[in-house]
Design a protein around this ligand. Structure first.
Ligand SMILES: Nc1nc2c(ncn2[C@@H]2O[C@H](COP(=O)(O)OP(=O)(O)OP(=O)(O)O)[C@@H](O)[C@H]2O)c(=O)[nH]1
Ligand SMILES: [Zn+2]
Length: 369
């Protein structure tokens, strides 16, 4: 196969250098082929290869890569071997980054090899700074460049009041757009290059689907090379292993400009998992204050010489920023514990709810006296 044909799918030197000589020769003789995973459904895995413009192909996944959600996900690069009519995955290349979530108390890969994470918010009452901080921590943790997209600027006369709050997060890329002002999309052009992979996160209703539809009005992942309207194929029907039809959505889209877009189910409701580093990067100001506390093991509660308490007092650190930092740290620690020891956690919750029940019963009894 001709590896250079993979470049429009986001292929780069990072992946090429992972291929050994033996594999390279087999790729040359078409014994092996490279694919980018474009969909992971319950019973079907699909990928785009050198003939990607002709559509997705189905890939077989050996047991050694099960459960799939722990081994690879949409956006990953894999090497497959052609045996008879089938293509069987034999190797998953290391990803340059991955987004993951906690599902049924297990880590589940959501998207891999992203160039940008669009963190979408809107210039109305849905604007939520704390949520932005959470998504930022996630992007930093996964080493994906965050782009904050402030949508619905048509709904406010005071964009600056929103922008001031966003700028306090010290993110280098902040874009303001409105679906009613198509010219405003020009600010996004810089990110919309051939072979660039983007995922979007943000609260419900901020306009992610609208933006995808606007930027990705045409996709080419269907078998025919004709462009198909995104909305029309946003949902497809697939036979599951019991022969029943299930509705699933497209997971890797390519628009007419050659921009790749990952929209796996659940990617929009990501929680923090093992994001200590990302949180510290997002809350760099707090980390700076804490480093100047008199005691290295300062808990920032009552200690003399605590710079956090001093900053809260002087107003250089707002209470809500500090509260959110602590909340995210707790959430992260909780999720990490859950992922590592779901059993221990379950036991803990059982004991805890028993204790709460006991307390409630006692309270009711006390009231009844
Ligand atoms: N005024 C205004 N309305 C917008 C804009 N962008 C989207 N909307 C509207 O906001 C509503 C929600 O938009 P969606 O694109 O569905 O939001 P979403 O983020 O995809 O929501 P979920 O699918 O729930 O995650 C729709 O009624 C859109 O028409 C905008 O720039 N200005
Ligand atoms: Zn302190």
């Amino acid at each position: 196969m001709n590896i250079s044909t993979l470049q429009p799918l986001g292929w780069s030197h990072f992946f090429l250098q992972q291929i050994d000589t033996d594999t390279f020769e087999k790729l040359q003789s078409n014994e092996l082929e490279i694919f980018r995973i474009s969909a992971v459904h319950r019973s079907v895995i699909k990928g785009l290869g050198s003939t990607w413009s002709e559509g997705e192909v189905e890939l077989l996944c050996p047991d050694s890569f099960h459960p799939v959600s722990e081994h690879f996900c949409v956006g990953d690069w894999v090497i497959a071997q052609r045996t008879h009519e089938h293509l069987r995955i034999v190797q998953v290349l290391d990803a340059k980054n991955q987004l993951e979530r906690l599902s049924n108390q297990k880590r589940q890969l959501m998207a891999a090899n992203l160039d940008y994470l669009f963190i979408v918010t809107s210039a109305n009452s849905d604007f939520n700074l704390k949520r932005l901080e959470r998504y930022l921590a996630m992007a930093y943790e996964s080493h994906i460049e965050p782009v904050i997209v402030l949508n619905k600027i048509d709904l406010t006369d005071d964009v600056d009041s929103f922008l001031d709050q966003v700028r306090a997060l010290k993110v280098s890329e902040v874009m303001t757009i409105s679906m009613l002002k198509p010219d405003s999309f020009l600010s996004l052009t810089h990110f919309l290059q051939v072979g660039t992979t983007i995922a979007m996160v943000g609260s419900s209703g901020v306009g992610k689907s609208s933006l995808i539809n606007a930027l990705f009005t045409h996709v080419r992942t269907e078998k025919s090379s004709d462009s198909v309207n995104l909305q029309a194929i946003g949902e497809i029907r697939e036979d599951d292993d019991k022969g029943k039809h299930t509705t699933t959505s497209r997971q890797l889209l390519i628009n007419e400009q050659g921009v790749l877009f990952i929209d796996t189910p659940g990617i929009r409701e990501l929680q923090l998992l093992n994001a200590q580093e990302g949180i510290e990067q997002t809350f760099g100001d707090i980390v700076n204050f804490a480093q100047q506390c008199k005691f290295t093991n300062c808990t920032h509660q009552t200690e003399p010489g605590c710079q956090i308490l001093a900053a809260l007092e002087s107003g250089s650190l707002t209470q809500s920023h500090w509260d959110n930092y602590q909340k995210l740290l707790k959430e992260n620690a909780f999720n990490a514990r859950t992922a590592q020891g779901s059993y221990a956690q379950k036991q803990h919750m059982k004991t805890f709810s028993k204790m709460v029940n006991r307390e409630q019963t006692r309270h009711r009894q006390d009231k009844g006296k």
